[in-house]
Design a protein around this ligand. Structure first.
Ligand code: ATP
Length: 274
């Protein structure tokens, strides 16, 4: 969990082409984003504006990358936050932060002369969990403020605001968040299949010296069940093995060893939390 709270470093520009696999989520997302881009046309037809998109799926599958690419695709300013950043001991602080988040996104978009702003909220379940009454006043106020902000996004508002949220636990979300006009578009981002894994490995191999005989197909096969984040680690670890052996190119065995290392690392992490 502590790992997930760490701020992610994202490239300043990122397009959908730089995200491996995930063809279906990419298509669905682009289709939804076209509604934001063509919003004047959509208004003419009386279609409800798109306010929120929910990305669901296991950790490390590229949800943050998709949100970032969405901002590039729509030429928007991008702000990323995690649900845990809104959790405070004092009642009202979280709600205030939500207010500031929307205000700052609007201000930035106006300053940078952009027509829209994308706000990405990772771990939305932390603030958007089911309200069960009684003891959760702080969480309730934060969630209520988020709902208020979403309801305050208007068709003809400029800059336009789009909220993309991510969670691994959709079933935990309060139903108020999933109502029409809020997060009513859900896109499932699953672990990549073999083709997707090869694509992701290829993306992360781009800035590394890879031996010509290396068979990424085989590595994609051996890394069954790996997320994009784990595949990025595989490439990184393989480069470390290469350096340890004083070689100048990554070879097949470095990648196979890296797969074992990443798999073992995950196992050790899990064991230590049990
Ligand atoms: P979490 O649920 O833990 O927040 P996430 O789904 O948002 O994870 P990302 O933060 O987008 O995952 O991915 C983490 C890192 O893993 C990325 O910075 C990238 O290096 C790598 N990665 C994940 N998925 C992909 C992908 N589809 N293509 C290329 N790289 C990927």
């Amino acid at each position: 969990m502590a790992d997930r709270k760490r701020k992610k470093k994202l490239p300043s520009k990122l397009t959908f082409d730089e995200i491996g696999g995930q063809e279906h989520p990419k298509e669905e997302l682009m289709e939804a984003l076209d509604f934001l881009i063509r919003h004047e046309e959509i208004q003419k037809f009386g279609i409800r504006p798109l306010k929120g998109i929910l990305l669901t799926g296991p950790p490390g599958t590229g949800k943050t990358l998709l949100a970032k690419a969405a901002s590039q695709y729509t030429d928007s300013v991008f702000t990323a936050v995690a649900g845990s950043e809104f959790v405070e001991m004092y009642v009202g602080v979280g709600a205030g932060r939500v207010r500031d988040l929307f205000r700052d996104a609007r201000t930035r978009a106006t300053k940078e002369k952009k027509k829209s702003a994308v706000i990405f909220i990772d771990e939305i379940d932390v603030i958007g969990g089911k309200r069960e009454g009684g003891q959760q006043r702080e969480y309730d106020q934060t969630l209520n403020q988020l709902l208020t902000e979403m309801d305050g996004i208007y068709d003809n508002e400029s800059p336009r605001i789009l909220i993309i949220a991510a969670t691994n636990r959709k079933e935990m979300l309060d139903s108020a968040l999933l109502r029409p006009g809020r997060f009513d578009r859900h896109i499932q981002v699953d672990l990549p299949d073999k083709k997707g894994r090869k694509h992701i490995l290829g993306i992360h191999a781009k800035n590394k010296p890879i031996h010509i005989d290396t068979n990424l197909d085989k590595i994609a096969e051996e890394s069954y069940g790996f997320s994009g984040a784990q595949l990025e680690s595989v490439m990184n670890e393989a480069a470390i093995y290469m350096m340890r052996e004083n070689k100048s190119e990554i070879e097949q065995q470095h990648l196979s060893m890296a797969i074992d290392k990443v798999m073992m690392g995950e196992k050790t992490d899990r064991d230590s939390t049990q």
